[in-house]
Design a binder for this molecule. Structure first.
Ligand code: G6P
Length: 607
């Protein structure tokens, strides 16, 4: 949700660092982009509408500059147009902002009363004007930042240049992420680590109530009393290549191809030879009587799969809530509730707010998080890291898969502690788990099969996904994947509920993707598939090898996808792969911008 980069160095590199950094932050938004650089002692601002490539085309590459800030925008206040693009400049202050200033209207009114005129529709310009006004009054930059912090409400990460001090960058944040990265004779600011990985792997995390002053040789961070703080220097431990496409046409495809590796890295943290290791390596889950899973988007869909597994096999009630709903409703959590926050970025504003609410209500909290040291990871009582590595494609694939695996491991842990897994089952389960990377690879290798099914679907305006239980949870993720990158209206429905209204939308050749992997209710779902088939639907049937043997007749579908049968805890991890690849192939046939679908952003740090 908006990306920020900053550079200050002895070299005159700022243009290329800002552009390269912004390119790797485009997953945070790409409505417009802009930079402000030191151009021979004056601040030069260049902006453009659309993505970073548009901005790059506008730049004179020959300009040398030793300091600058850059921004890629996901519009919140004011439409995506040139005037609303960042950086914003008022008086002596030029800045870029990620987040939302909630009280900007009130502040704007009082600044207007004092004579400030506004050129844009953004909340950011108001923060900029406020900073200018206070700086004029105090002539002290740290004090200005502190006073501005006290006056603005909402979330923000701000990178600032003061016109009378073009040797330093200034920064502050609350609830939107910001790191300071450390190079040799040059230092950087960024919303996220991928932006600086090609320059350095050393960084520090800026916290709320901290203020940073950064130049080529020094980074100084101050607390709210202006006392200098010694910050811990972190080293990024992932591979630099993960942040690159590695020859794949799209990040989404590359990330699907990472899935076998991600699954292995995720389970190997906890479990290799026996289930006892799982209990030793995870926080103690035995003491909780009920679980709330809270998340947004695909992470919420992972939660729905987790609910099916935990309730069915560990016999514990689970509620799955959308974080944006949970944060404003009554939740009945108490000290025997475990609230699990699932988030790839660990920064999603609603999920972060839900975490804080759960803590207030005395529930224990556990984050299932991908980005190390992100806000949710730091604030939750405990954290389990999915090992998906950097995910760039806006539509999540590998991070979702690792979330599903982590919830399956929690279900196994609980089921084992409750005595619901025999030693024979334990042996099978471990064997099945170790086969997963190979089975996922074999599904990915069937890409052409899914591409030819995509040809049957891509010209439609509506697609329906149906299933029951865990297959319904997968249908919801399959539909989301398809709609977000192909812009086809896709709707997931509980198969048994179709007859209460939605079946009226089925007509000749309406595409229906029907998922049947749960043996216990397969018959029932197949009856529902027959109901839509009888009304002309064009049915793609997705099932497992073992069910395929049982339901060999082909009178209720037009084509089928058979996925390997695996342990009940892991089946979802295989079944989702064709749905991810199908969405990818459909979007490709339609010529859409797969990695950066319109109107979306990957890290949603606004409410
Ligand atoms: C956005 C992304 C989704 C993601 C959701 C939650 O909508 O496009 O892919 O599932 O945010 O993000 P999180 O980082 O909390 O998992």
């Amino acid at each position: 949700m908006c990306g920020i980069v900053g550079y200050v160095g002895k070299n005159q590199n700022s243009l290329s660092v800002l552009i390269e950094g912004l390119k790797s932050l485009e997953y945070r938004g790409y409505d417009s982009a802009g930079i402000a650089i030191n151009n021979q002692g004056r601040i030069k601002i260049i902006k453009s509408v659309g993505n970073i490539a548009n901005l790059e085309r506008k730049l004179d590459k020959k300009i040398l500059s030793n300091l600058g800030i850059g921004h890629t925008r996901w519009a919140t206040h004011g439409k995506p147009c040139l005037k609303n693009a960042h950086p914003h400049q008022v008086g002596k202050v030029t800045l870029v902002h990620n987040g939302i200033i909630e009280n900007y209207e009130k502040l704007k009114k009082s600044l207007q009363d004092e004579g400030y005129k506004f050129k844009t529709d953004t909340d950011t310009e108001v923060a900029c004007a406020l900073m200018d006004k206070i700086y004029k009054e105090t002539n002290d930059k740290l004090l200005t930042m502190q006073k501005v912090k006290e006056m603005i409400e909402g979330s923000y990460a701000l990178a600032i240049i003061f016109a009378d001090d073009i040797k330093n960058l200034y920064a502050m944040r609350k609830d939107s992420p910001l790191i300071i990265a450390l190079g040799k004779d040059e230092n950087y600011l960024a919303s996220d680590v991928p932006a600086i990985l090609q320059f350095t792997d050393k960084y520090i995390l800026l916290e709320k109530n901290e203020y940073a002053i950064i130049n080529a040789l020094n980074v100084k961070v101050y607390d709210n009393n202006f006392k200098e703080i010694k910050k811990q220097i972190l080293t990024y431990e992932g591979s630099r290549e993960v942040a690159m496409k590695n020859g794949y046409e799209h990040f989404m495809l590359k990330e699907i191809n990472d899935e076998p590796m991600v699954i292995k890295a995720t389970y190997e943290q906890f479990i290799n030879k026996n289930l006892k290791e799982l209990i030793d390596n995870m926080p103690d889950l035995a003491k909780y009587n009920n679980i709330d899973i809270v998340a947004c988007g695909s992470a919420y869909h992972a939660g729905l799969v987790g609910k099916s597994l935990i309730e069915e096999y560990a016999n514990i009630p689970v509620k799955v809530e959308l974080a944006s709903e949970y944060r404003y409703k009554k939740n009945f959590g108490n000290d025997s509730t475990l609230t699990i926050l699932v988030s790839q970025s660990g920064e999603t504003a609603d999920t972060l707010a839900a975490l804080r609410k759960a803590k207030k209500e005395k529930s224990a909290t556990l984050g299932i998080i991908n980005v190390v040291s992100s806000s949710i990871a730091r604030e939750a009582d405990n954290v389990l890291y999915t090992k998906a590595g950097a995910e760039i494609s806006v539509a999540t694939t590998k991070a979702y898969l690792s979330q599903v695996l982590m919830l399956a491991l929690i279900a196994i842990n609980k089921a084992f502690v409750n005595g619901n897994i025999s030693s024979k089952e334990e042996k099978d389960l471990l064997e099945d788990m170790q086969k997963l990377p190979q089975e996922i690879t074999s599904l990915i290798n069937r890409k052409d099969e899914f591409a030819s099914i995509a040809k049957q679907i891509y010209h439609n305006n509506d697609v329906f996904f149906i299933g029951r239980g865990i297959d319904y949870a997968l249908s919801r993720e399959g539909a989301l994947k398809l709609k977000e990158i192909s812009y086809i209206h896709a709707e997931a429905y509980a198969a048994g509920e179709l007859k209460h209204g939605t079946i009226s939308l089925i007509e000749n050749k309406t595409p229906v993707i029907a998922i049947v992997t749960d043996e216990t209710i397969a018959e029932k779902t197949i009856s529902n598939i027959k109901e839509v088939k009888a009304r002309g639907a064009d049915v793609t049937f997705i099932t497992t090898e073992s069910l395929n043997k049982k339901y060999a007749q082909s009178d209720f579908y037009d084509r089928k996808i058979v996925v390997p049968s695996t342990n009940k805890f892991f089946q979802a991890l295989l079944t989702i792969i064709p749905l991810q690849l199908l969405a990818y192939e459909v979007a490709k046939l339609r010529g859409e911008n797969i990695d950066k679908p319109r109107n979306l952003a990957k890290s949603v740090t606004v409410e």
